[in-house]
Write a protein that binds this ligand. Structure first.
Ligand code: HEM
Length: 513
């Protein structure tokens, strides 16, 4: 044997022959492998080594991705750093991903920031038993239609607070425009604080701290973390900082939530459980005592769920309200039509009630149109494939991260006539709804990860908007015309308005007596 190897390697002719054969085999093998792995992948824009397509993504990622998809198609790969993302930009492709392959795409990709910050939560957690259990708790005990009816009174109370705030600021400002963005943000924050903590949340005096922490959450979770984009350099994250920032932030959240939970435990021990069914903390503490439930609901899960409600519920509600008001000011005819509907139905009261809102189809159409043009989560929340699948002839590899660009889908010419126009009438007499079955309109997502706060959010936005336009007439700041009114989005992964919404509210004396 030794002789044979010596013969082969000692002979120049044989060596050359072997080298040529090896090179040929290597070439065909790599070529075959390369094409097997790549020919059926969705197309992608040309990319640079290491940074991939990052330089083609501007400060409004959903808009940059929409622009790229017009060239590369509704199913394309984009390399954000080293990491490939599947970008879904049409209703058909969204339906394939979120209905046909609902289970395949039911998980969220791991992310260092969310793993630190939202350990034990549901919204960013992987698909599996823990997620299923928490999802059941949210949909059955926190956000079901029955629960939402229970929250009706507290919502109406929070509306009264907001109206009073508008009134106070209008008095103080002496006819100068007031910062409505601030007021709407406080309202959205207070609604969630109230639901989480109950009627005592104002006495507890934590809402400002919650607001500060939520703002920081948006900054941390709303950006790609370094190690998500460059997994090969993940070890640098500790040195570069974001990791440490998430850890410090998590400590502040833990301290705040521990204090709130402790206050509730003490209050329950003193027998003061007046609104026990009306706040998430008490509901979750009761469930923990339930023998069937306790093994599934650790304190970490309770805190994770509470953080989810803040993180997922505050900004989104505020953004929807802010854009609805902005579009109404930009389109005075639509404002007049909506005011007419609201004021026709509500004649006597000082406040529009949740019941009256259900009789206002144009109001609902205005909100739908707002969510179409200004979806608060334009790329929904990221998903990840749990196995390889085939969509539209393309191989979608296992483990790929997925972003569904609803900002693009809401402007698809094949589904929406004059898609860039704000036209609530398109929803009048139309069956199209955001419940997750009409894939041209999925501002709350679809499939098993659809937003569980959808009904809670829509009833809050409807009630708030109806009251704002029922109780006040609105004007732009002095000297500003509709054409000057800024409608740009702020940079980032949500669609906050760039400029604060500054408006002049005018009381309707007829209802204020
Ligand atoms: C206008 C307001 C809102 C919008 C537009 C919105 C939108 C969304 C979207 C797009 C998703 C991802 C769905 C998917 O992956 O298919 C989501 C998930 C979620 N939302 Fe909302 N949301 C809103 C309000 C709320 C509220 C008020 C709450 C709670 C109080 C809430 C709680 C959640 C939770 C917990 C998840 C994660 C669900 C899961 O992963 O299983 N959302 N939301």
């Amino acid at each position: 044997m030794k002789l044979l190897t010596n013969l082969i390697f000692d002979s120049p002719a044989v060596s050359i022959f072997l080298a040529v054969v090896s090179l040929f085999l290597l070439y065909t093998f790599t070529k075959k492998n390369y094409s097997r792995n790549n020919t059926h992948l969705p197309p992608h824009p040309p990319k640079l080594p290491f940074v991939g397509n990052l330089l083609q993504i501007g400060s409004l990622p959903h808009q940059s991705l929409n622009f790229l998809s017009l060239k590369y198609g509704p199913l394309m790969l984009v390399y954000l750093g080293e990491t490939p993302y599947l970008i879904v930009s049409s209703s058909d492709m969204a339906e394939a991903a979120m209905r046909t392959y609902d289970l395949t795409f039911a998980t969220r990709p791991p992310s260092v920031a969310s793993e630190i910050l939202l350990a034990g939560d549901m919204a960013f957690g992987p698909y599996g038993n823990i997620w299923r259990q928490m999802r059941k708790i949210s949909t059955t005990h926190l956000l079901s239609s029955k629960n939402i009816l229970t929250y009706k009174t507290m919502k109406e109370e929070e509306i009264r607070y907001m109206m009073q705030e508008v009134k106070n600021q209008a008095c103080l400002s002496n006819g100068v425009a007031i910062d409505m963005s601030k007021i709407l943000y406080s309202f959205a924050n207070n609604i969630i604080c109230r639901n989480v903590s109950g009627k005592f949340f104002r006495d507890e005096g934590k809402s400002d701290l919650f607001r500060e922490l939520i703002e920081e959450n948006v900054a941390i979770l709303g950006a790609f973390s370094f190690s998500d984009l460059f997994p090969s350099l993940a070890c640098l994250e500790g040195i570069l900082g974001p990791n440490g920032k998430s850890k410090k932030h998590k400590i502040r959240w833990d301290k705040l939530l521990d204090e709130v939970i402790e206050l509730h435990i003490q209050r329950r021990e003193c027998g003061d459980d007046g609104d026990i069914h009306e706040n998430f903390v008490d509901v979750l503490l009761s469930l923990q005592k339930d023998p069937e439930m306790c093994s599934h609901l650790s304190m970490e899960n309770v805190k994770g769920l509470l953080m989810d409600m803040f993180a997922a519920g505050t900004d989104t509600t505020y953004i929807a309200l802010e854009w609805a008001m902005a579009e109404l000011l930009k389109n005075p005819n639509i404002m007049t039509k909506l005011q007419y509907e609201v004021r026709r139905i509500v004649r006597q009261n000082k406040i529009v009630t949740s019941k009256e809102v259900t009789e206002m189809p144009y109001l609902q159409a205005v909100i739908k149109e707002t969510l179409r043009l200004h979806p608060p989560s334009p790329l929904l929340l990221p998903r990840q494939s749990m196995e390889e699948c085939n969509i539209n002839g393309y191989i979608i590899p296992k483990g790929i991260r997925v972003l569904v660009n609803f900002w693009a889908i809401g402007r698809e010419i094949k589904s929406w006539e004059t898609p860039y126009e704000f036209k609530p009438e398109r929803f009048i007499g139309s069956e199209v709804d955001y419940k997750g079955t009409d894939f041209q309109f999925i501002p709350f997502g679809a499939g098993r990860r659809i937003c569980p706060g959808m009904n809670f959010a829509s009833s809050t936005v409807e009630l708030a908007l109806a009251n704002l336009i029922y109780q006040f007439d609105w004007e732009l700041p002095c000297g500003m015309t509709v054409d000057d009114f800024d409608m740009k989005e702020a940079p980032g992964f949500n669609t906050r308005k760039k400029e604060a919404l500054r408006l002049i509210p005018k009381y309707r004396t007829s209802i204020h007596g």
